[in-house]
Design a protein around this ligand. Structure first.
Ligand SMILES: [Zn+2]
Length: 404
């Protein structure tokens, strides 16, 4: 109360510079009462403003990103808090402020212009945590690519100045792969490039940083899906056996390598399916099936008709490390259920790779065995299916039926 009067008095004195004795006192009193009214009015306006601000900020989509501590909003959005006098980035780990005390800023300059202090916890003046992680992981990737031999996790972590476990987690969060997977994928792509550019198998092996061909051959089947010589020759000398059959969903082609079932294709035209298979294994020896193989095809057809019986056959899954992770996640989706591409991306630890997940689903070569038909759009609509959206619908309807 005393400070209020003091404020009013100084205001009165400031306004009434002349006028002696009583008049000045009377003026002063008048000013005090006026000031009370003004202050009450101002408080009302201020509260009204705060209520409005609360509603405006709380309904602003930018506020939702702050409440979610959305790291992807870092660098695009800032906010300042009137009660604490600091400004923050959206991912700030501090307690969420009351929106009535918050101002949103679209530029860093605007946040800085408040005259508030940068928050010590989220350091809005520095690189965002995400940008820092990406920069660190990029450095590690370059190190892996340039190293003659695969660097150990400990060496990589030391090189970028992080603990091993923290580095491993950050690497996986950014790339979706472990450093080890990344190194393997990098070597595999070097081998593929080198073989495709006409280098000999031996040259390719050394180009890719394998110090002995023995070690390479040990791993090469997993990387290339076949031995390097076979890859170079487009699958030459590889025997692919296949047979075509009929299901309630149309024509089916089943093909196997020595490792297991490599393709299950669905379609309307048997010839077209055989062409598809030839495109996939241009130089492999495609061998029409014998009776024994037809028993296996019958087994697959049984599985297509009634997926609940399961397909207990070895599969020869050929794809990139990323595709394999997507397909593995698909195999974890139970019969009768569907998931979104977004959900699969989240499950494999790459929540932002939704588009890449959709591409991996489209690249699936093992219809139904890798159940890409169980992936639908976020709103539940079917989206595409390599073997026709009607077949996808039929499969889902069938799987949803409890009688099967
Ligand atoms: Zn902060």
């Amino acid at each position: 109360m005393s400070s209020e009067i003091g404020w009013a008095q100084s205001l009165a004195i400031g306004n009434v510079k002349t006028g002696p004795g009583v008049e000045q006192a009377a003026n002063g009193l008048m000013m005090i009462s006026l000031t009370h009214a003004m202050r009450a009015n101002m408080t009302m306006i201020h509260e009204q403003h705060q209520r409005q601000n609360q509603a405006v900020v709380a309904n602003d989509p930018r506020w939702a990103r702050i409440v979610a501590r959305d790291r992807t909003a870092d660098g695009h959005l800032w906010y300042s808090v009137l009660t604490t006098g600091v400004y923050c980035r959206p991912s700030c780990p501090s307690r969420i402020a009351n929106p009535k005390n918050v101002l949103l800023h679209d530029t860093f300059e605007e946040a800085k212009a408040t005259g508030f202090r940068p928050c010590k916890r989220c350091n809005p003046d520095g690189l965002s945590v995400e940008a820092e992680n990406v920069a660190i992981v990029a450095r590690a990737c370059r190190l892996i690519e340039k190293s003659e031999e695969e660097p150990s996790l400990a060496n990589l972590a030391t090189a970028v100045g992080l603990s091993r476990s923290y580095f491993h987690r950050r690497f996986k969060a950014v790339t979706g792969l472990t450093p080890k997977d990344y190194a393997a994928a990098n070597r595999a792509s070097k081998v593929r490039e080198s073989l495709a550019s006409g280098n000999s198998v031996t040259e390719a092996i050394y180009d890719a940083g394998f110090n002995s061909s023995g070690r390479f051959y040990e791993k090469s089947t997993g990387m290339l899906g076949m031995t390097p010589s076979q890859y170079r020759a487009g699958g030459a000398n590889e025997e692919i056996r296949f047979a075509v059959g009929e299901t309630s969903l149309g024509t089916i082609l089943v093909a196997s390598s020595k490792k297991g079932v490599a393709s299950i294709l669905l379609g309307d035209d048997p010839n077209q399916l055989v062409h598809e298979l030839q495109d996939r294994f241009p130089k492999a020896r495609l061998i029409g099936a014998d009776r024994k193989y037809e028993a296996l095809v019958a087994h697959v057809i049984g599985f297509i008709e009634a997926p609940r019986i399961g397909l207990d056959l070895p599969l020869d899954v050929r794809g990139t490390a990323f595709q394999r992770r997507v397909w593995q996640a698909l195999q974890g989706v139970p019969i009768g259920q569907t998931v979104s591409y977004t959900e699969i991306a989240r499950r494999i630890g790459s929540p932002r790779a939704v588009r890449a997940v959709a591409c991996a689903c489209a690249a699936n070569q093992l219809a139904v065995a890798i159940p890409c038909h169980r992936v639908v759009r976020n709103n539940g609509s079917l989206s595409g299916y390599a073997w026709g959206v009607e077949r996808k619908q039929a499969l889902l309807t069938r799987e949803a039926a409890r009688s099967l």
